[in-house]
Design a protein around this ligand. Structure first.
Ligand SMILES: [Zn+2]
Ligand SMILES: [Zn+2]
Length: 603
C-alpha cells in the first residue's frame, strides 16, 4: 500500500511538473512572475461598442457607411417621421390626441428594438458586442484607440506592460447574470493567459454593479483578486434609474415641464424654444403623450433589461419590482437575486478587505444630478450617480450646502485605522468617516461623472494604485490626498502653455515678461501636480490667458450677447397663461407670432 501511495505521489509530481512546463510559456512576457498583477477594466454604461446587425448578421450602416451603435438607441429619423408625422398633424389640427401618443410609443419600440429583452431577460435584438478576449498588447491599433479613449491608461500600460491590461466589454442593456458570469470566466482567462494567480479589477460606474453580482454569485473569485480599484462605481445604482422604474419623473409636473425641466438639461434658449413650440399642443394632449411614451419606455423596454435593474437603488427596488415585474416571474427571479447582491455589497467588500485584497475607491462629488427624476436632490452627486452609492454609504450635505458648523465627524466605519483622522472635506460637504472605506476612498470636488476619465489626476491615481505599491491609503502621499478636485488640463497642455512659451519675451516690458514667466511657471506646476483645489485650474488658466491677451498674443474673449428671444416668450407665456397651449387661448397665437417676428427683426 505504501509503495502504491509513493508511486502515486511520484506520478502526481511528474504530472505536476509536466503541467508547469507545459504552461510555462504564457502570453504575458513575465510568465506570471512579476510584481504587477494584470488589471481588468470593467467599464461603465455605454463604454463598450455594441453594433447593430441586420437579420442576416451583417452590420447595419448609416448613410456615411459607418457601423451603427446600439447605445443608447438606434435612431432612424426617417422612420420616426413616417410613424409620427400624420398623427402629429391631425393632433395639431384637431387639438386632440389623434393617435399621437400611440405613435410615440411606436417610435419608442422602434428606436429601442435592438436593445429589447424578452420575459426571460434575454436580448432579442440583432447586435454584436465588440469584445477583446486578449490583452491590450494583442489589440489592433483600432481596438487600442477604443479602449484608451474610454479610459486613458497608457501610463499604466507603460509601467506594467500592455500584456497586463485587459478590457472587459459588455452590452449595457444585456442580461445581468450572464454578464457577471462572463466577467468571472474572463478573470479565469486572464489568469491562465498571464500566468498570474491573481488579477486586479477596475469596476467603473455600471461596472461597480457588475462587481456586486460577481462577489455575490462567485464568492470564490475573491481568491483571484489582488486589488480592486473602483472608479465612480454604481454600488447602489443611481436615483435616476430608481425614479425611472418608479415613474417618479420630474416632467410629469406640467408647471415644471413648461418652466425648468428642459433648462436643467440643455442650453436655456434652446430649451425655451422647445417650450414655445410644445405649446402648439394643449398641455393635456402633450402630457398624455409624454406619459404614455414614458410608460412604454419603462414597461416595455426598461423593465425587461436586467442590466438596467442593476442600477436601481435598493431603496426603490421593492416598490418598482412589485409594480413592474408581477407578471414576469423569471425576470423577477433574476433581479431579486441581484437585489440580494446589492444589499450585500458592503458586506462582500468587507470580506475582500478582511481577506487582504486591497480595495480602493475613487469618487466625484458636488455636481448636481441631471434633473430627470424627483429624487435628484436627495443626496450629493456627481451628476449621474448619487454620492452614497459611489462612496459606499457615505454621509454628505447636498450640492450647494455644507454639513454645518456644528457637525462632528461620525466615525461609523470599522475601517478607519486611526480615530484622530480628519475625514471631513475641506469644503465641509462630505464626512468620509461614514463611508465603508474612509482611509481608501479618494474624493474629487466638482468633478462630473462623465468627464472622470479626463481628470488626469484620477487616471494617474488609478495607475499608481494598480501598477505600484506606493499608495496604500489616502495618507500615503500629499500627491494623492483624500480630497482633491476637478481638472482637465488638456487646453493648458496643448494650447495655452505652448503658446506662452513661444513668445519672444525680450520684446516685452520687464513687467510683462516677469508676469508671463510667472504665469507659465504656475501653469506648469499645476499641470505637473496631481493635487489641486476646486477652481484652481481656472485661476491658473485665466492668469495665463490674461497676460497673453495683454501682450497681444491672444484676442480678448468677446462674450457674444446670446439671444434671449425664446426665453422671454416662454417666460411671458408661462407667467400669463400657465401651461395652456397657444391655441387654447383665443388670439394668443397671433400675439406669439407677433412677438417672435418683432424679436427676430428688431433685435
Ligand atoms: Zn506579470
Ligand atoms: Zn481614517
Amino acid at each position: 500500500m505504501k509503495k502504491f501511495i509513493s508511486c502515486l505521489l511520484a506520478l502526481t509530481l511528474v504530472f505536476t511538473m509536466f503541467t508547469i512546463c507545459a504552461s510555462a510559456q504564457t502570453k504575458a512576457e513575465c510568465n506570471g512572475d512579476c510584481d504587477t498583477c494584470p488589471s481588468i477594466v470593467v467599464p461603465g454604461i455605454g463604454q463598450s461598442n455594441v453594433w447593430a446587425l441586420d437579420e442576416n448578421g451583417d452590420y447595419l450602416l448609416d448613410d456615411d457607411g459607418n457601423k451603427i451603435m446600439c447605445f443608447p438607441a438606434v435612431i432612424d429619423v426617417g422612420s420616426i417621421v413616417s410613424k409620427a408625422l400624420v398623427p402629429a398633424l391631425v393632433t395639431l389640427f384637431t387639438q386632440k390626441d389623434a393617435g399621437l401618443s400611440d405613435a410615440l410609443c411606436d417610435v419608442v419600440r422602434d428606436v429601442f428594438a435592438v436593445n429589447m429583452c424578452d420575459e426571460n431577460g434575454k436580448n432579442t435584438g440583432n447586435f454584436e458586442v465588440e469584445k477583446y478576449l486578449y490583452s491590450v498588447a494583442e489589440c489592433s491599433e483600432y481596438e487600442k484607440k477604443q479602449i484608451y479613449n474610454n479610459i486613458p491608461l497608457q501610463d499604466y500600460a507603460e509601467l506594467a506592460g500592455e500584456d497586463h491590461l485587459y478590457y472587459f466589454a459588455y452590452n449595457s442593456f444585456g442580461n445581468n447574470y450572464d454578464i457577471v458570469t462572463e466577467l468571472y470566466n474572463y478573470i479565469q482567462m486572464v489568469k491562465a493567459e498571464t500566468g498570474h494567480d491573481k488579477v486586479n479589477i477596475v469596476p467603473i460606474s455600471m461596472g461597480g454593479s457588475i462587481a456586486n453580482g460577481l462577489f455575490e454569485y462567485y464568492p470564490q473569485v475573491m481568491n483571484d483578486l489582488d486589488k480592486v480599484v473602483y472608479i465612480v462605481p454604481a454600488l447602489n445604482g443611481s436615483t435616476i434609474v430608481g425614479d425611472l422604474y418608479t415613474k417618479n419623473l420630474a416632467f410629469f409636473d406640467t408647471d415644471f415641464l413648461y418652466n425648468g425641466f428642459l433648462e436643467a438639461l440643455m442650453d436655456e434658449e434652446e430649451a425655451r424654444m422647445i417650450e414655445v413650440i410644445a405649446r402648439i399642443l394643449p398641455d393635456e394632449v402633450l402630457t398624455t403623450a409624454l406619459r404614455k411614451a414614458a410608460d412604454c419606455i419603462v414597461e416595455e423596454v426598461a423593465s425587461n433589461i436586467t442590466m438596467l435593474w442593476g442600477l436601481c437603488p435598493k431603496e426603490y427596488y421593492p416598490e418598482a419590482s412589485a409594480a413592474l415585474l408581477a407578471s414576469k416571474p423569471e425576470i423577477k427571479r433574476q433581479t431579486d437575486m441581484f437585489y440580494q447582491a446589492q444589499l450585500n455589497s458592503d458586506k462582500n467588500i468587507q470580506t475582500l478587505v478582511d481577506m487582504g485584497v486591497e480595495v480602493f475607491n475613487i469618487v466625484d462629488y458636488d455636481v448636481a444630478m441631471y434633473l430627470v427624476g424627483n429624487s435628484w436632490n436627495n443626496d450629493n452627486a456627481d451628476g449621474v450617480i448619487h454620492l452614497s452609492s459611489t462612496a459606499m454609504g457615505v454621509h454628505s450635505a447636498i450640492v450647494g450646502e455644507t454639513l454645518g458648523d456644528d457637525y462632528v465627524q461620525a466615525n461609523t466605519s470599522v475601517n478607519c485605522s486611526d480615530p484622530s483622522h480628519n475625514h471631513i472635506s475641506p469644503d465641509n460637504v462630505v464626512d468620509a468617516s461614514t463611508g465603508l472605506l474612509p482611509d481608501h476612498t479618494f474624493y474629487f470636488d466638482a468633478q462630473g461623472h462623465e468627464q472622470t476619465a479626463r481628470n488626469d489626476a484620477i487616471i494617474s491615481l488609478a495607475t499608481v494604485l494598480l501598477a505600484t505599491d506606493d499608495v496604500k491609503d489616502v495618507y500615503s502621499t500629499p500627491d494623492y490626498p483624500q480630497f482633491n478636485a476637478k481638472r482637465d488640463p488638456r487646453a493648458l497642455v496643448n494650447t495655452y502653455i505652448p503658446e506662452a512659451k513661444a513668445v519672444d519675451a525680450s520684446a516685452l516690458s520687464a513687467e510683462d515678461a516677469a508676469e508671463l514667466a510667472a504665469a507659465i511657471e504656475e501653469a506648469e506646476a499645476f499641470v505637473n501636480s496631481t493635487a489641486c483645489y476646486e477652481g484652481q485650474q481656472k485661476e491658473v488658466e485665466d492668469r495665463l490667458i490674461n497676460i497673453l491677451v495683454k501682450i497681444g498674443v491672444r484676442e480678448p474673449k468677446v462674450e457674444e450677447e446670446p439671444s434671449t428671444l425664446f426665453t422671454e416668450v416662454s417666460l411671458w407665456l408661462y407667467d400669463n397663461y400657465g401651461t395652456d397651449g397657444i391655441f387654447e387661448v383665443p388670439g394668443l397665437i397671433a400675439k406669439v407670432i407677433g412677438m417672435l417676428i418683432k424679436g427676430l427683426l428688431f433685435k
